[in-house]
Design a protein around this ligand. Structure first.
Ligand code: UGA
Length: 437
C-alpha cells in the first residue's frame, strides 16, 4: 500500500513510521522545511523510545520518506492520512482549532488521482470529516475519494508498542471500498488478532473523545477518593488495587497523583464539553472530572506548603521530574506548570531535575529555577524533595543519600512511588497522595 501522512507531529510521525514498519510505502509531508531536513538526516524532533531506530531502519529500507512537497506521493497513494494538530482554540472557549485540518484538506485536494481514501487521524469534533470532504470536493470537483476516520489511541512514551499491539483499531467509513483499503492497511495486525471496530464516521470521531474523557474521569475519581482516604485515614493504594480487581472496573488508570496533564486529556475533555453544548446535551461527569483535576493541582500546592511547615518563604524545594509523565519530554499541561509557579509566588526557591524535559520546561516555567544534573544535586540543601514525575531513575533513589543531602528530611511523593512505612523508618517526614494510614 502507498500511504501519505500529512503532518509529522507526534501522531503523524509515529503512525507513518509504524505503517512503514508494517511494510507499506509511506511519505510523511510537513510544511516546515527545517523539520523535514532534520528528519532526512535522521534527527527525531520528539523523544519517544524506539522511534529513532524504526525511522532509521525504514528510511534505509526505502519504505519511509520525508518531504515538504505534497505532490510527490499523493497521486500514487491508496490513502492520505491527516495527522495535523488540533490545539485548543486561541479564543479560550475550549473548542478545537481546526485551521490546520482544513488547510491540509485544501492542500491535498489538487493532487488526488485515482481512487483515494482520505483518513482523518487528528482528534476532531464530530462532523469534521464531512467538512473536510466538502473542502476537498470544492477544491477538486473531479477527485475520486472516500472520507474515513481512524482515531489514534497512542500514549506518549509507549506509542510504538501501543501502535503495534493495540487493544483495538477503530475505523469510521461510509463505503465498503474505503473499509477494504483500511483493513488492508491494518492487515499485519490480524496476526495478533487485533479487533477492528468498523463503524460510521461520526461514531469513530466521538469514540476518541469518549475514550479520553472516560480515562480522565477515572483519574479524577481516584484522585477524589485519595483525598477522602487522607481525611478518614485510609490507604488509596490498597483501595485502588481492591476495586481494580473487579473486572468491571479494571486496574488501570487508578493511580492517584497531582492531576492528569499532557496534550490530550485536558484538551479533549474541554473540546467534548463544547461539542455537547452545541447539541444542547450535557456530560456532567466530564465537567466534574475537569474541575476535580484543577482542584487536585491546587491541593498539591497546599500539600507541599503544609509539609514544609506552612510557608514557602525562604524555602528551597527540590523537584524530581517536571514532565506530565515519564518517558517523554512533553511539558504540555504538566501539573508542574501550575504547582511550581504557585510555590515561587509565595517565595519558594526551586531546584529541578528531569531526565528529558528540562529544555522544554524552560519554555513553560518562570525564570529563576535552578536546573541541575540529577536528583541528588536537586536535593542538596533543599528543605524538601517533591517527586513530581515517576521516571524510572527516581524509583530506586539512594534514600540514605537523599536524606543526608536534604536540609530537612521532608519527602513529598506525588506519585506514591515509595512505601510510607519504609520512608518513615528511614527517618523521612513522608507525604504521599491518599495515604492517610
Ligand atoms: C492519552 C491516552 O492514554 C491515549 O490512549 C490517547 O491516544 C492519547 O491520550 C491521545 O489522545 O493522543 P497520553 O496523554 O500520552 O495518552 O498519556 P497517559 O498515559 O494517558 O497519561 C495522561 C495523564 O494522566 C498523565 O499526566 C498521567 O500522569 C496521568 N495519569 C494516568 C494519572 O494521573 N493516573 C493514572 O492512573 C494514569
Amino acid at each position: 500500500m502507498n500511504i501519505t501522512m500529512i503532518g509529522t507531529g507526534y501522531v503523524g510521525l509515529v503512525t507513518g513510521t509504524c505503517f512503514s514498519e508494517f511494510g507499506h510505502h509511506v511519505t510523511c509531508v510537513d510544511k516546515i522545511p527545517e523539520k523535514i531536513e532534520k528528519l532526512l538526516q535522521g534527527e527525531i524532533p520528539i523523544y519517544e523510545p524506539g522511534l529513532d531506530v524504526l525511522v532509521e531502519k525504514n528510511v534505509k529500507e526505502g519504505r519511509l520518506n520525508f518531504t515538504t512537497d505534497p505532490s510527490e506521493a499523493i497521486p500514487d497513494s491508496d490513502a492520505v492520512f491527516l495527522a495535523v494538530g488540533t490545539p485548543t482554540s486561541r479564543r479560550g472557549d475550549g473548542y478545537a482549532d481546526l485551521t490546520y485540518v482544513f488547510e491540509a484538506a485544501r492542500e491535498i485536494a489538487p493532487y488526488l488521482k485515482d481512487y483515494t481514501v482520505i483518513v482523518n487521524k487528528s482528534t476532531v469534533p464530530v462532523g469534521t470529516a464531512r467538512q473536510v470532504a466538502r473542502i476537498v470536493k470544492e477544491s477538486n470537483p473531479d477527485a475520486d475519494f472516500d472520507m474515513a476516520s481512524n482515531p489514534e489511541f497512542l500514549r506518549e512514551g509507549a506509542a510504538i508498542n501501543d501502535f503495534m499491539r493495540p487493544d483495538r483499531v477503530v475505523i469510521g467509513v461510509e463505503s465498503q471500498r474505503a473499509e477494504e483499503v483500511l483493513r488492508d492497511i491494518y492487515r499485519p495486525l490480524y496476526l495478533i488478532e487485533t479487533p477492528i471496530v468498523c463503524t460510521t464516521i461520526e461514531t469513530a470521531e466521538l469514540t476518541k473523545y469518549a475514550a479520553n474523557a472516560f480515562l480522565a474521569m477515572k483519574i479524577s475519581f481516584i484522585n477524589e477518593i485519595a483525598n477522602v482516604c487522607e481525611a478518614v485515614g485510609a490507604d488509596v493504594t490498597a483501595l485502588a488495587k481492591a476495586i481494580g480487581m473487579d473486572g468491571r472496573i479494571g486496574p488501570k488508570f487508578l493511580h492517584p497523583g497531582p492531576g492528569y496533564g499532557g496534550s490530550c486529556f485536558p484538551k479533549d475533555t474541554l473540546a467534548l464539553l463544547r461539542i455537547v453544548q452545541e447539541y444542547g446535551e450535557n456530560v456532567r461527569l466530564v465537567e466534574a472530572a475537569v474541575e476535580v483535576n484543577a482542584a487536585q493541582k491546587a491541593r498539591m500546592v497546599k500539600k507541599i506548603r503544609e509539609a514544609i511547615g506552612g510557608s514557602e518563604t525562604g524555602k528551597t524545594i527540590a523537584f524530581l521530574g517536571l514532565t506530565f509523565k515519564p518517558e517523554t519530554d512533553d511539558m504540555r499541561e504538566a501539573p508542574s506548570i501550575t504547582i511550581i509557579p504557585a510555590l515561587m509566588e509565595k517565595g519558594a526557591r526551586i531546584k529541578a531535575h528531569d531526565p528529558q524535559g528540562m529544555e522544554e520546561a524552560k519554555r513553560y516555567l518562570p525564570d529563576g529555577i535552578e536546573y541541575v544534573k540529577n536528583a541528588y544535586e536537586a536535593c542538596k540543601d533543599a528543605d524538601a524533595a517533591v517527586l513530581m514525575t515517576e521516571w524510572n531513575q527516581y524509583r530506586s533513589l539512594d534514600l540514605e543519600r537523599i536524606k543526608r543531602l536534604l536540609k530537612q528530611p521532608v519527602f513529598i511523593d506525588l506519585r506514591n512511588v515509595y512505601d510510607p512505612e519504609t520512608m518513615k523508618r528511614l527517618g523521612f517526614r513522608y507525604t504521599g497522595v491518599g495515604r492517610g494510614v
